[in-house]
Each structure stands twice: as C-alpha cells, then as structure tokens.
Design a binder for this molecule. Structure first.
Ligand code: PMV
Length: 369
C-alpha cells in the first residue's frame, strides 16, 4: 500500500495560521521487535501494552510559508527550549513524508513538545514523541483537506506515519494493547502499521500496572538504530524472528484468556532474549546493569514466597518494568518500596499502568507561536 499523494498541496493564501495538539503515550513491548529491514519494516511481529502516564504532549503550529523552499521549514522546542538536534531529526522525518504530504513544504512549522516523565529518566521518548507528531499531522491533513473515512482509517494512517519515525511508535496510537506485524489469523494486521488488540484483551490485563524502576538514568551507549542494524549479522536472527512470530500468536491467546502465569513466562523470556541478542551481536554489548539483575532475583524470590503474579520486562536499557494486575497492587507496591527502591538511581520509580491511548487536546493559547 502507499499513502503517496501528489494532490495534497495547498493554496497558500487560503490557509490561516493554526495549531493542533495531541498527547500520546509510550508503550512497552511484551513480545519485542528487534531487527528491521527496508523502510522501517519489522523482521517479526510484536505486541505491546500502551502506557498511561508516560506520554508526550505535542503542539504543532503552522502558517503558510512566505516563500516555498525545497525542504521543510520547522523548529522544535522541547520544554520551551529550542533544540537544534531534535529539530534536525524532526526535519529529516518530515522531509521523508513529503511524497505523502507535499503540503509540508508550503508551511512554516513550529513544534512545542513536552514529556510527562523526567527527560533524564532513561525512558525512551521516541514512541510517544513520534506518535504524537504523527497524530498532529493526520489532524492537520483533515483540517486542510477532507476528513478521512473513519476513526480506524485515521488511526491506521497515524500508525503508518509513526512507524516511519520510530518503529515501535506505531503501536502507541491505540489504547490498551496493539500488534504490529503480519500475524496469521489476524486479517487486518500489517508490517506497515499496528492494529489494536481491542476487545481481545481479558479484563485482568486491562487492570495491569507497569511500575518502571529507574536503575540508571545514564543515556544508553548503543542506540536502538545501531542495535537493529547489528541483528543483520546476528547468527541467531532467523531463529529469533521465527520464535517471536510464534510468541505473538501465543501472547494474543494469553491476553484473550487472562492466563497471567503463561503471560509472565513469555514476557520474562522476551526481556532476557532481547538482551541475549545484544550480547550475541558483533560487536557485543550489554545494557543491563548489576542492579537490573538484583531486582530480577529479588522479584523471583518474592514471587516464590507470595505466589503473586508480578513479572518483569526490560526495554533496550537497564530499567526494569514490573507488570502486575491491580488485585495485587498493595503488596507489590509495599515490596517495591521496601526491597527494590535501593537498587534504583535516586530511589526513583515511575508508577504507570495500561492506558487508553492518545488524546487530542485543546490548544493552550500560551504555547502558541
Ligand atoms: O522503535 P525503535 O526503533 O526505538 O526500537 C525499539 C525496540 C524495543 O523497544 C527494544 C522493543 C519494542 O518492540 O518496542
């Protein structure tokens, strides 16, 4: 499929200045995407929970450009400060979208963006950031041209654009849980955009918490982009891609039936497999730290003693995500405070839970360009 559309150009005199604002959450993969090909296409399917608290708030201000140039005119402000490095990355992303949105070159854009989580928390912001921007762009298309056919077409296009910015961002467009990548028996699934798990999610999972233990807030030594690249020559890659595709099918069944034990086995193995792939790349590297392992060991002991269904997962970094249903929230939070916080940098953790997905917000006049 292609969204390329040379007809999407504007008559500059007719466009009034305006702003669009979206808040979009981060997501945590349960079955991981690690390895890509072509234009940000995944080597295997993945499935994630959408978070609630960890989110990016983005306002896109637009005005007709005085003199049309070749590239896109944009400046990005992060928490009110001009950020040349973010501006360069965003400009590159928007210029890759020109075949889809040729009108972007006819506008002058200013992007104001803030994260709900501390910048130095070591939490990846590309999923929330890229999806928030993509949602603003699809809203802008609707405002300048015509509404898309329906809400699911809107989301599909926002997910497609998000993917081009950062693969995992395409899953943030939907509430609760999302699948990205072709899955047999999931007719609407695609490598080009994510689809919602929707009502195939058992109520126990709808109540899930994700407490993120901040083991280290140091910026990671190897970027996701480089990590994906190293998968091209990883000797375990073909086996891994086949395993992940099978696991997505199993995970969807687990999510539907509410089997928290099987869920735990899968997410924990996925977390360790992701890091094992990093350790078996050439050159190899490690992102987990001693305190990551201390937390995992302490958690396993807590589980043996209490039987509570609380499990860990990891992203591409040392922080540990603890996943558990609301019914055990009190004992788990007590356990975190008493036994895990001293493994966290500055004793910090972010209490999050499964969320309802992005939200379009009224534009706050004080952030106007
Ligand atoms: O979206 P990227 O290119 O930053 O890749 C992120 C991949 C993981 O977060 C490690 C796993 C995933 O599926 O989100």
């Amino acid at each position: 499929m292609t969204y390329d559309n040379p007809a999407l150009t504007i008559v500059s005199d007719e466009v009034k200045d305006g702003s669009i604002r979206w808040r979009s959450p981060s997501n945590i993969a349960l079955v991981k995407y690690w390895g890509k090909h072509g234009d940000q296409l995944p080597q295997n399917a993945s499935v994630s929970f959408t978070l609630d608290g960890a989110a990016t708030d983005t306002t896109l201000h637009y005005a007709a450009r005085r003199s049309a140039g070749e590239g896109v005119e944009v400046e990005l402000f992060f928490h009110g400060e001009s950020k040349p490095d973010f501006t360069t990355r965003t400009k590159g992303f928007l210029e890759r979208l020109l075949p889809i949105y040729p009108f972007l070159r006819q506008l002058s854009l200013r992007i104001d963006t803030t994260n709900s989580f501390p910048h130095s928390a070591g939490i990846a912001s590309s999923a929330s950031g890229m999806s928030a921007l993509a949602l603003c762009l699809v809203s802008l298309e609707e405002r300048l041209f015509a509404p898309l056919t329906d809400r699911s077409e809107f989301n599909r296009k926002a997910s497609y654009l998000s993917r081009l910015g950062s693969g995992s961002a395409c899953r943030s467009v939907y509430g609760t849980a999302a699948v990205w990548g072709r899955v047999p028996d999931l007719g609407e699934s695609s490598d080009e955009y994510a689809v919602p798990v929707g009502d195939r999610l058992h109520p126990v999972f709808q109540s899930y918490h994700d407490d993120i233990l901040l083991i280290s807030r140091t910026e990671k030594a190897v970027s996701s982009r480089a990590g994906h690249g190293l998968m091209e020559h990883n000797p375990y890659a073909p086996t891994r891609y086949a395993q992940a595709n099978r696991r997505v099918v199993t995970m969807l069944d687990v999510l539907r039936t509410g089997d928290t034990e099987r869920f735990g086995e899968l997410v924990e193995s996925e977390a360790l497999t992701l890091h094992a792939l990093m350790m078996s790349s050439h050159p190899y590297y490690t992102l987990i730290e001693p305190n990551t392992l201390h937390v995992i060991n302490t958690l396993q002991q807590f589980r043996r003693e209490t039987g509570h269904p609380v499990h860990f997962t990891l992203d591409a970094g040392p922080n540990v995500h603890l996943l558990y249903p609301d019914v055990v929230a009190d004992p788990v939070k007590k356990f975190i405070r008493e036994h895990l916080l001293h493994y966290c940098e500055d004793k910090m953790y972010l209490a999050d839970r499964i969320g309802r997905g992005p939200e379009e917000l009224a534009v706050n006049e004080t952030t106007n360009a």
